[in-house]
Ligand binder design. Structure first.
Ligand code: 13P
Length: 333
C-alpha cells in the first residue's frame, strides 16, 4: 500500500472547493507517456495552476502501473525544480469500471478515482459507487461518479448515444453514494468526432461543422438541486481546427472532426463545473507536430526530434486551456 500523500500528491477536495468559489475549473489532462507529462507539468508550473493528471484503464495498461506511480511522484519533484513551490497535483483514475480497479489505484498511490457505473441500471450504479466511496474514503482518496451517458469513444469506454443526466436523480444519487463529485452528461462527448454532420449545421463561410450547444438548462437544473456540489465535464476537447488542418495537410485523414467550442467551456468553468476533462486535444497536437516533422524531414529518425516538437505544441495547448478557457492560472502559488 502506497499513500498518495507520501508521493506529494493531493486529492480533489480542496481544489474543487476553491474552484467553485473562485469561478474557474481545474484541468484534468490525460497522460500516458513522458512527453505529455512533461508538457502538463511545465504548463501547470509556469501558470501556477492546480492540475489533475488523469490515467485511464487503457493508459495504465499501456504505461505500466508501477512506472506511472513513479512518474507522478517524479512530476511533483519536477514541478518543484521548475520553481513551483507548492505544486497542487492530483493523480486520478479516469473511468474506473470495477471496484477492483479502483481499489488497486487507491492502493497504488492515486489520490482520486472515478468509478464510472453510468451504463448500469440506477440502483446498481449507486451500489457500486457506494462500495468504492467506502473504500477510498478510508484513505482520504476522493471519488468521482457519473450519472447520465456520454456518447463517443474513449479507450475501452464507448457509447453510440448520449442520455442527459436527470436533474431529479442527482440529490438521491449524491446522498446515497457519498461521492465527492459528479460527472454529468449535457451534450459533451468523447473523442475527436463528437457530433455527426447531421447533428451540426455548417458554416457557409468556412465550410466547417458548427456543433449543437451544450444543454446549459440541464446544468442549471442540476446546480439548483445540488448547490455548491462539484460537477465534472468529460469529453471537453475543442478539437482545435488548426491541429486538424495540420494533420490533414501532412498526410492524415480527419474529415469533419469537431469538438466543444471553447466559449461554452469558459461559461461552464464559471459555474459549479470544477473539473474539465481534456484528452483528444493533446492527442491531436502530438500527432500534428509529429506528422509535420515526418513530412518535412523524411530522413529524421531520432524520436527526440519529433517528440520534442510534439511536447512543445502540447505545452502551448495546455497553457492556452489553463489561461484562456478554464481560468485556473494563479490558483496554486
Ligand atoms: P475528450 O475526448 O473530449 O478529450 O474527453 C476526454 C475525457 O473526457 C476523458 O475522460
Amino acid at each position: 500500500m502506497v499513500s498518495y500523500k507520501e508521493l506529494g500528491l493531493v486529492n480533489t477536495r480542496e481544489m474543487f472547493a476553491k474552484a467553485i468559489k473562485g469561478g474557474y475549473a481545474i484541468p484534468a489532462f490525460n497522460f500516458n507517456n513522458m512527453e505529455q507529462l512533461q508538457a502538463i507539468i511545465k504548463a501547470s508550473a509556469e501558470t501556477k495552476s492546480p492540475v489533475i493528471l488523469q490515467v485511464s484503464k487503457g493508459a495504465r495498461n499501456y504505461a505500466n502501473q508501477t512506472l506511472l506511480r513513479y512518474m507522478a511522484q517524479g512530476a511533483v519533484e519536477y514541478a518543484k525544480e521548475l520553481g513551483w513551490e507548492h505544486p497542487q497535483i492530483c493523480l486520478h483514475l479516469d473511468h474506473g469500471d470495477s471496484f477492483e480497479l479502483c481499489k488497486s489505484c487507491v492502493d497504488f498511490g492515486f489520490s482520486s478515482v472515478m468509478i464510472d457505473a453510468s451504463s448500469l441500471p440506477y440502483e446498481e450504479n449507486i451500489a457500486l459507487t457506494k462500495k468504492v466511496v467506502e473504500y477510498a474514503h478510508k484513505y482520504d482518496v476522493t471519488v468521482e461518479a457519473e450519472l447520465g451517458v456520454l456518447a463517443g469513444v474513449e479507450d475501452e469506454v464507448s457509447s453510440a448515444v448520449s442520455h442527459y443526466t436527470k436533474p431529479e436523480e442527482v440529490v438521491d444519487f449524491a446522498t446515497r453514494t457519498g461521492c465527492d463529485s459528479l460527472a454529468i452528461s449535457i451534450g459533451t462527448s468523447h473523442g475527436a468526432y463528437k457530433f455527426t454532420p447531421e447533428q451540426c449545421t455548417r458554416d457557409p463561410k468556412t465550410d466547417r461543422l458548427v456543433p449543437p450547444p451544450l444543454a446549459f438548462d440541464v446544468l442549471d437544473a442540476i446546480m439548483e438541486q445540488l448547490p455548491g456540489f462539484p460537477i465534472v465535464l468529460h469529453g471537453s476537447s475543442s478539437v482545435p481546427q488548426e491541429y486538424v488542418d495540420m494533420i490533414n495537410q501532412y498526410g492524415g485523414k480527419l474529415p469533419d472532426a469537431v469538438g466543444i467550442p471553447e466559449e461554452q467551456l469558459r461559461k461552464a468553468a464559471k459555474s459549479a463545473v470544477c473539473k474539465i476533462n481534456i484528452d483528444s486535444d493533446s492527442r491531436l497536437a502530438f500527432t500534428a507536430a509529429v506528422r509535420k516533422v515526418f513530412a518535412e524531414k523524411p530522413g529524421e529518425f531520432d524520436p527526440r526530434k519529433y517528440c520534442g516538437p510534439a511536447r512543445d505544441l502540447m505545452e502551448e495547448l495546455y497553457k492556452h486551456k489553463i489561461i484562456n478557457v478554464l481560468g485556473s492560472n494563479g490558483h496554486a502559488e
